[in-house]
Design a protein around this ligand. Structure first.
Ligand SMILES: C[S@@+](CC[C@H](N)C(=O)[O-])C[C@H]1O[C@@H](n2cnc3c(N)ncnc32)[C@H](O)[C@@H]1O
Length: 230
């Protein structure tokens, strides 16, 4: 099945609220568990690209209270929701959410030892923008942890995933989720993005709908190299 682009930003208030209220606990916790396990020594200042409602930032700080997180998202509506979630969690000292858009990010601080991103890559029409921005924002030995959807084999397979994961969510959310699955990349497409840009990251399937990319920007491997390159 060919990739079908979806709207890049999540600007619509109703769409943003449906997304913020949806239950991502299992994939978000899986992501944070892997992040902390892979990079126990790279947890000083983490940058989250396309942070959405900041659930990942909040989970991360609750697991690692000494970490600081800078989180960016291009949608004003999403940033408002994220900032409120951070206040509700009383984590304003640890998590800063900024409205900013890739490419060409220019952030006040740039001392990130880890850059993370979940379910964001597929929003970009051109994925090269994302990987180049990672390189641009990195120091020599910055850890990378990126999780995203991979594209199912067919529209029917995408519909089946939506129903199995989000049967009880509002229609606006299910439509978004379906569109995201169709806009996602295959693992082979992501591998060719790495080849094109000379990136040496590992990629593995971690669930029936997600892949995980790990590695360091200087090409060294992770502390625990669990990738099967599946
Ligand atoms: C599907 S959400 C993922 C949110 C969050 N990472 C999560 O997993 O819950 C993708 C987010 O990326 C944001 N986004 C899309 N294009 C962007 C860009 N060029 N720069 C920054 N954020 C962008 C959208 O506004 C949206 O909030």
């Amino acid at each position: 099945m060919k990739r079908v682009l979806e709207p890049e930003f999540m600007d619509d208030e109703e769409q943003v609220l449906a997304y913020a209220e949806a239950d991502f606990s299992s994939s978000n916790q899986l992501f944070v568990d892997r992040l902390v396990a892979e990079y126990p020594s790279n947890m000083k200042h983490v940058l989250d690209l396309g942070c959405g409602p900041a659930d990942i930032c909040i989970r991360l700080v609750r697991m690692k209270p000494s970490v600081r997180v800078t989180a960016i998202d291009a949608s004003a509506a999403m940033v408002r929701v994220a900032q409120q979630a951070v206040v509700d969690a009383n984590l304003q000292d640890q998590v800063t959410v900024v409205k900013a858009r890739l490419p060409g990010l220019s952030l006040e601080e740039d001392d990130f030892d880890t850059i993370v991103s979940k379910d964001f890559l597929h929003h970009l029409p051109n994925p090269t923008v994302f990987w180049q921005e990672l390189k641009h924002l990195s120091q020599r030995h910055t850890a990378i942890c990126v999780m995203d959807l991979f594209r199912p084999r067919s529209e029917d397979a995408a519909k089946a995933i939506v129903e199995s994961v989000s049967a009880h969510e509002p229609e606006i959310f299910k439509t978004d989720f379906y569109n995201s699955l169709l806009a996602a990349f295959s693992l082979d497409e992501v591998r060719s993005q790495f080849r094109e840009l000379g990136l040496e990251f590992a990629i593995e399937k971690v669930s029936e709908r997600h892949f995980l990319v790990t590695g360091f920007t200087d090409g060294s491997s992770c502390r625990q190299q669990t990738s099967t390159n599946a």
